[in-house]
Structures are given as structure tokens and as C-alpha cells.
Design a protein around this ligand. Structure first.
Ligand code: HEM
Length: 420
């Protein structure tokens, strides 16, 4: 006879199917069912087999657990601890895979510590704050067509172009390359999303090759003529630390491009959608603009732009009485943790004045998002600017026709038409 507990678990876990359109449109009822069914599930969906925790406390605990690893790149990428080969002797694919193997998000200490140190030296709060006037000016430019009653697409005209222009500014890349940068960043983000079909992966690798070669050219240029940008700052940080290779600087620049674009687009798009669906909260935010920084934390909690991450234990570990074998994937669903009623009062409600917005939307522990400060700044300026320019902001879409981007990991709208 089938074990009723395992059967119940299988039924609930089957809901966590990344191909199910209803789940992708609105994952929150599924998260709720999973949380209520228990803190740990073993999920088997076709070829996919992994574990999933559901509670906020377990997501936090695993993100800071030194027994788990992020280093799960295929051997194709080469041995990251091997001495660097001369890039000139490698073909573009091999060069790109070497660079990808240096991305800090996929490295454990001590490599991660070194790479993060480099990025921290260059990507300082002062550098981010220094971008404020430029971001404000970009928001103004993008919102110029918005006037009382005008139709405007929040995703296409604001949330999508802003982060790519900001990243170009940050890395010192010409704004005229923005079309290519956007295409490449979209494709790179796909590389981070294991829930997307294989044919997109192919596009991701092709774009990674192009972007690595593009960045390599800019890096050579900065070596000759340093400027006030992140590439130059990383080169000068490297001069003080001989341990860093050119591949590692390129990998960090690549990660900033891949991690900093669609995530921020989704934050702004999801936030405006949440406000349109909660007119009371929209009115409250208009009446008290001082709530905006806290409201951005609530938008991050309420509909997280990155819905999850994953880790694998290096050795067998016990989670809620079950031993998870070494190298088994454990899914940490950020969107689910962010609505855990053990942590948040009335978690399914948007509350722009929430006092307990301890979300995990930027991760936690040593891999905590490097760009959190920049993303917060961009979101505050974009959403604040939109509300100021659009005094009667209202949806110009039918709920049943809302189009979400493909994939589960990066949750965001493909378009968001409104009237101002
Ligand atoms: C709303 C926007 C953003 C969200 C929700 C977000 C989310 C995250 C999350 C969840 C992680 C941790 C992943 C893990 O531990 O597995 C992360 C890491 C990272 N993020 Fe972000 N991110 C955002 C914007 C940005 C921006 C704007 C940048 C850079 C310009 C950036 C750069 C990075 C980098 C470099 C890491 C890796 C840090 C490390 O491995 O130490 N992110 N981000």
C-alpha cells in the first residue's frame, strides 16, 4: 500500500511545476499550500528531482550554512582552481567558459571571499550614491512623455530601459550600445534560470561569448586610459592585490550585467502592478511620500523579482528530521519565505507602511546581493517619479491579459500599460 504521507507530499510537490501556466502567473497559492503541507518536500517533476524548504527560517539557515555549496558548475567550465591559461591560446567558447567559472555567485570561499573583496572595493555605497543625480536625470528623460491622461507602458518605457542605462553608466560603457547590452543581459539572465528551456541556454552561451569579448575590449581600453567607472576601479583594486586575474574582473562585470538588469526591471514593474491592484495603498503612498523607502522593501517582499535560489550540501545534512544526501539540490523559494505567516503579519496583503519587511529578496549571508543599494535607489527614483508625474495612475490592461515573462526564477511582466 502506498505510504499516505509520501503520497500527500507528492501531490503537493506536483504543484511546484515550473511549466504550469497558473503557477507562473500566480505562484502564491502554491507556496501557501506547500508551507501548510510541511517545511520540507522532495519534488520529482519529470527529469527534475530536488528538495524544497518552505519556511523563512529554513531559507535563512541554509543561506548561511557553511556545509552547503554554490559551486555546481558542469566540469565543462574547467577547473577554476587551475592556473590561468593565456586567453590568447583559447578559443572564444573556452575563454568564455573560463570566465563564467569565475563568477562569484557560483564560487565558495576562499575564492568567493577574494572576488567579493574586489567587488566591494570598487562597488562602494559612495559610488552608488554618486549615481543618484544621473539616475534621477535618466528617470526624468524616460518619464518625459508622461502627462495627465497619457497612455504609457511602465515596463517598456521605464522599468526596462532604466537599469540598462544605469549599468552602462556604472561600467562606463557607451549608452549608444544599449540595444546590444539589453539583448545580452536578457540572455545572460537566462543562464541563471534553471527553469527555462534548454534552447534558451544555447542563446545565453552565445551572448556570453559576445559580451565577454566586448568587455575584454573595454578592459584593455581602461588599462590604457583609466576613467571614473567600475571597470577602472576594479583594475586599480587589482593592482593592490596580485591574486586577481583579468578573467575574474571580466566575470564580475559580466555578473553585474546579468544580475542587475532584469531583476531591477521586475522590481519596478511588479511594484507598480501591486499598487494598481491595491488602490488604497497607492493613495496612502501618494499622501505620505516619506513612506517610499519602506514601501520599496514591501514591494520586494510582496512580489519578489528573484523568486528563489538553490544550494547543495557538500556532506549529508539533516533538515527537519530528514537526511538530505550530499550534492542533492535544495530549492530555497524566496517568494514563499517572504509570505511566511510565522514572520509576517497578514503576509498576503500589500502594506506600504509594514514594519516587519524582513524579506529575503536580496538573499542572505555571504552572497547577499551586491547591487541591493543600487536597486533600491533605482526603484525609489523610478516609482517616486512615476507617481509624481501620473496623478491619476490607472491600469490600461485587462487582468486576464497580463503577460508575464517566461520562467519562474525571474518574475516580471512583459508589459504594463497604464494611463497617467
Ligand atoms: C531588485 C533587484 C535585485 C534583486 C531582487 C537581486 C537579487 C539577488 C539575490 C537573491 C542574490 C543572491 C543569490 C544567491 O545567494 O543565490 C543576488 C546576488 C547578487 N546580485 Fe543582485 N539583485 C538585484 C539587483 C542587482 C543589481 C542592480 C546588481 C548589480 C548592479 C546585482 C548584483 C548582484 C551580484 C554581483 C550578486 C552576487 C553576490 C555574491 O555572490 O556574493 N544585483 N542578487
Amino acid at each position: 500500500m502506498a505510504d499516505p504521507v509520501r503520497q500527500a507530499d507528492a501531490d503537493v510537490a506536483a504543484l511546484l511545476d515550473f511549466r504550469r501556466p497558473a503557477f507562473l502567473r500566480d505562484p502564491y497559492p502554491t507556496y501557501r499550500a506547500l508551507r501548510e503541507a510541511g517545511p520540507l518536500h522532495c519534488v520529482e517533476n519529470g527529469p527534475l528531482r530536488f528538495w524544497a524548504v518552505t519556511r523563512h527560517a529554513d531559507v535563512l539557515a541554509l543561506l548561511r550554512d557553511p556545509r552547503v555549496t554554490v559551486d555546481r558548475l558542469p566540469p565543462l567550465a574547467g577547473d577554476p582552481s587551475a592556473p590561468p591559461a593565456d586567453p590568447a591560446t583559447l578559443n572564444p567558447l573556452a575563454r568564455t567558459l573560463r570566465t563564467l567559472s569565475r563568477v562569484m555567485l557560483f564560487r565558495d570561499p576562499p575564492d568567493h571571499t577574494r572576488l567579493r573583496g574586489l567587488a566591494n572595493k570598487a562597488f562602494t555605497p559612495r559610488m552608488v550614491e554618486g549615481l543618484r543625480p544621473r539616475i534621477a536625470a535618466l528617470v526624468d528623460e524616460l518619464l518625459a512623455p508622461v502627462s495627465d491622461g497619457a497612455r504609457f507602458d511602465v515596463v517598456h518605457e521605464l522599468a526596462e530601459p532604466l537599469p540598462i542605462l544605469v549599468i552602462a553608466e556604472l561600467l562606463g560603457l557607451p549608452a549608444s550600445d544599449r540595444k546590444e547590452l539589453k539583448g545580452w543581459s536578457d540572455d545572460l539572465a537566462v543562464l541563471l534560470d534553471g527553469s527555462i528551456a534548454l534552447q534558451h541556454l544555447d542563446r545565453g552561451i552565445r551572448s556570453a561569448i559576445l559580451v565577454v569579448e566586448y568587455l575584454r575590449g573595454h578592459l584593455a581600453e581602461r588599462r590604457r586610459r583609466p576613467r571614473e567607472d567600475l571597470l577602472s576601479a576594479m583594475l586599480s583594486a587589482r593592482e593592490r592585490d596580485e591574486n586577481l586575474t583579468e578573467d575574474e574582473i571580466l566575470a564580475t562585470a559580466l555578473l553585474v550585467m546579468g544580475a542587475g538588469h532584469e531583476t531591477t526591471t521586475n522590481l519596478v514593474g511588479n511594484a507598480v502592478l501591486a499598487l494598481l491592484r491595491s488602490p488604497g495603498e497607492l493613495a496612502r503612498l501618494r499622501a505620505e511620500p516619506g513612506l517610499l523607502p519602506g514601501a520599496v522593501e514591501e514591494f520586494l517582499r510582496y512580489d519578489a523579482p528573484v523568486q528563489g535560489t538553490a544550494r547543495a550540501p557538500r556532506e549529508p545534512i539533516e533538515v527537519h528530521g530528514t537526511v538530505i544526501p550530499a550534492r542533492h539540490e535544495i530549492l530555497l523559494p524566496i517568494g514563499c519565505a517572504n509570505r511566511d505567516p510565522a514572520v509576517f503579519v497578514d503576509p498576503e496583503r500589500l502594506d506600504v507602511a509594514r514594519a516587519d519587511a524582513r524579506h529575503v529578496s536580496f538573499g542572505y549571508g555571504i552572497h547577499f546581493c551586491l547591487g541591493a543599494g543600487l536597486a533600491r535607489l533605482e526603484a525609489q527614483l523610478a516609482i517616486g517619479g512615476l507617481l509624481a508625474r501620473a496623478p491619476r495612475l490607472a491600469p490600461a490592461f485587462d487582468e486576464s491579459q497580463l503577460a508575464w515573462r517566461p520562467g519562474w526564477l525571474l518574475r516580471g511582466l512583459a508589459a504594463l500599460p497604464v494611463t497617467a
